[in-house]
Design a protein around this ligand. Sequence first.
Ligand code: CA
Length: 229
Amino acid sequence: MPASILVVEDEPAIQELISVTLARNGHSVTRTANAAEAYKAVSEALPDVILLDWMLPDGSGLAIARRLRSEARTREVPIIMLTARAADDDKVAGLDSGADDYVTKPFSPRELEARIQAVLRRRTPQLSKEAVEIEGLVLNPATRTVTGTGERLKMGPTEFELLHFFMTHPDRVYGRAQILDQVWGDHVFLEDRTVDVHIRRLREALSPSGHDKFVETVRGAGYRFRSAS
Ligand code: CA
């Protein structure tokens, strides 16, 4: 599945190689070269995966991973550490810091892609059948029902999938193409306007309990589902 990936790597040649490879595999890539840029990028948009170099000019990847894991908003973002170190102790330290996986340089593009897909599968919550609840809005995938403050809300199957995606990925901005990829599975044969149509229907479906206000339009960027009112 295509993902938005934040690359944190200060070595220009390696950053270039990784970014080009990821883009060729259909991912949307944001490049950063140090901790400060990485925090700024994360504050602007939560990526689906972070590739994090171990040694950076303004800090260690371990410290970044720990900080991201300590904050509610970034706790769930999959992190793959990139490093030249191969010692087992370092691997343990990386995983202890909250990294999901660990890739030792030099790695093949194919290996990197396989690791990315593995963490995405493990951490793609909209594939789960667990009920999700945000501010009185409850979506139950097992029974395919949605209630807002106890009241049953009726919606079509596409609006249901869209809401499931949003509720399991709150507070991140998604472009229309990303939403098509995530909810419809492919954006190639569909127009971006399709998303706008279903967003409008979703808001209508959520309006009886006032939860339509959680679906925000982000001008020039796409849509975001807020996790708090
Ligand atoms: Ca480095």
